[in-house]
Write a protein that binds this ligand. Structure first.
Ligand code: ARG
Length: 592
């Protein structure tokens, strides 16, 4: 028998998610026993069961005439075991279905194996789907401000944005990841003025981001005592806006050097951008055009020479869209920027990963674009997130990304050194410490719903106990060591010759079922745009594996065929855990 004996249900794809087949088989029984329920309707009612049950159906949700008991009776009366479903149980308003273990085991491991091992040759990875095929998405994230601090808000945007761009790729979308730098604005006038006084070519070359920030801090201090500084700075910025090449020369160098430094740091974080753009790249023309159109629509008023847009009607306040001296403004640049991006990329969707602190700002420019009647305005999405509280290094406040990365590596390194014996066996402890440290930061960030605030806690995030990044890395390393530790079982037979029917322990079944759910985890993440479900999945899988080591042992198992089947299961688990970790932008480690 094959999957082709089951009818097709729209939105399912058993070739990538074998649990779809089990659900279709259940839905088919329901629709046959309970007319006029269609198989599609029935399918939407098949949910995961609570512990001990594979799938559960709540009968009342179908709103069928008749008593629940009678309806359940009909399903049970007609029930016949087949290769997919083994039994059904009636419990109050629910029907619980149990999958046939031999089919479940065989099909899931085959699918995981077939898809994960096929990747190098270009076949899809397990867990991926094609729902976004042919569609293009721009994901804008990170977007720090040159010469201002890279704060944790930017770190969150970077982590969540990297996850989303991996997720969209996994769902078949053509993804353009974009970094929209804060590289324009009066602060560059300040830095230009400050650079004449405090700038050093040498410092700039050493660490552009830090040096420009230092200059900015010093000149801002000066400006408090001497108002002339700000006037000078505004004049300078006006020259930049007017395209005065002399005024732009240094700025160009600063920008390029900052991007170079950022790219290195992103690389350490396993994050990459297809496009570095910035506020400076939004043309004056597109902003002028937008303003003119808004003016025509009667939405603009002049206040002391500045232009104001009134969005009170939509409870979005009033906002300045152009300053008195004619220079541009953050909001207007976002309006012009979106228009230019659509012209250039014709995206099907554009996502802005920006802190919830800017909810009003984002709502304002989305609204303006809608008012301007752009048909693509409803393709914009804001993915927001809450605050990080109490983020600092142990010595003081971290304001730069590289300090955060270094601190994570240091804390982890000290931790590792406590176990001298183990430490001596690690080839490149610094790199390992950095990777594990970064995993700790990322997992802490993605473990809860985005909108929640959380407090930054070095000890908690870098502990090996509890649901942390280091714990996940450790779980992966342990799985990755299994082949090394069991050479007597290698090479494994052709997978078709591995007898999976020996994988009968409930711990083994639990692991395998979880592996089967991974394609659903990816789909759900796509619906919610949340990384937390993937994090939860990775922990559940790691926990299930941790509790199986004794009952589903490999090394101590005398029966070779059995030991090989178990090893194969663990290797499949390793690959799925690694896939989930990569989706979360982690680099799964081989040793630590
Ligand atoms: N650079 C801005 C900041 O640090 C974030 C930019 C967000 N993106 C945008 N299109 N407004 O606050």
């Amino acid at each position: 028998m094959s999957t082709s004996t089951l009818p097709h249900v729209p939105g399912t794809d058993p070739s990538r998610c074998i649990l779809d087949s089990f659900r279709i088989s259940i839905a088919k029984r329901l629709s046959e026993a309970l007319p006029p329920l269609t198989i599609e309707q029935a399918y939407t009612g098949v949910d995961y069961g609570k512990k001990g049950e594979d799938f559960t159906v709540a009968i009342p949700r179908f709103r069928l005439p008749g008593k629940v008991d009678e309806l359940a009776g009909k399903v049970i009366g007609q029930f016949q075991e087949d290769e997919w479903i083994q039994s059904v149980k009636h419990d109050k308003a629910f029907l619980h279905f149990q999958c046939k273990t031999t089919t479940l085991t065989r099909r899931i491991l085959d699918q995981v194996h077939g898809l994960t091992y096929a990747t190098p040759s270009g076949k899809p990875e397990y867990g991926t789907n094609t729902t976004g095929a042919g569609k293009k998405v721009i994901i804008e994230y990170s977007s720090p401000n040159i010469a201002k601090s890279f704060h944790v808000g930017h770190l969150r945007s970077t982590i969540i944005g990297a996850f989303l761009s991996n997720l969209y790729k996994a769902c078949g979308w053509d993804v353009i990841s974009m970094n929209y730098l804060g590289d324009w604005g009066t602060q560059f006038g300040m830095i230009a003025v400050g650079f004449q006084k405090y700038g050093s070519q040498e410092e700039l070359e050493k660490d552009a981001i830090k040096h420009l920030y230092d200059v900015y801090v010093k000149i801002t201090k000066d400006s408090e005592a001497d108002p002339e500084v700000k006037v000078e700075a505004a004049k300078w910025f006006k020259r930049m806006e007017d395209g005065d090449e002399e005024a732009l020369k240094n700025w160009r160098v600063w920008r390029a050097m900052s991007i170079k430094k950022y790219a290195e740091e992103y690389d350490r974080l396993n994050v990459a951008f297809d496009v570095y753009t910035g506020e400076s790249e939004v043309s004056k023309g597109s902003q002028d055009k937008a303003l003119a159109r808004l003016e025509e629509m009667g939405l603009i008023s002049d206040v002391d020479g500045a232009k104001l847009i009134d969005l009170e009607k939509w409870k979005l306040a009033k906002a300045v869209v152009r300053k008195k001296d004619g220079t541009s403004i953050y909001l207007t640049r976002d309006i012009g920027g979106a228009i230019e991006r659509y012209e250039k990329y014709q995206f099907d969707k554009m996502i802005y990963v920006i802190s919830a602190q800017q909810d009003l700002h984002v709502a304002q420019f989305f609204k303006v674009l809608k008012l301007m009647d752009y048909p693509w305005a409803d393709r914009l999405e804001h993915v927001n997130y809450g605050l990080v509280l109490g983020m600092s290094t142990r010595k003081g406040t971290a304001v730069f990304l590289d300090q955060i990365i270094k601190e994570a590596a240091n804390v982890m390194h000290e931790h590792m050194q406590k176990n001298a014996e183990k430490y001596a066996n690690i080839e490149d402890p610094e790199t390992v410490a950095r990777e594990v440290g970064i995993s700790g930061i990322k997992i802490q960030d993605m473990a809860a719903k985005r909108i929640n605030n959380y407090s930054f806690n070095w000890d908690r995030m870098l502990s090996f106990e509890g649901d942390t990044g280091p714990y996940l890395q450790y779980a992966h390393v342990r799985l990755a060591s299994m082949e090394r530790k069991n050479p007597q079982l290698l090479p494994l037979p052709e997978t078709t010759s591995i007898d999976t029917s020996v994988l009968t322990e409930s711990h083994a079944r639990e692991i395998i079922f979880l592996l089967g759910t991974y394609p659903d985890v990816v789909k759900t993440a796509m619906k919610t745009q949340e990384p937390s479900g993937v994090v939860t999945f990775a922990f559940r899988l790691s926990h299930a594996i941790a509790s199986a080591w004794e009952t589903v042992a490999v090394k101590s198992e005398q029966d070779t065929a059995k030991a090989q089947a178990r090893l194969w299961m663990y290797l499949c688990a390793r690959d799925v855990l690694a896939a989930a970790m990569r989706l979360l932008s982690l680099r799964p480690l081989e040793r630590m």
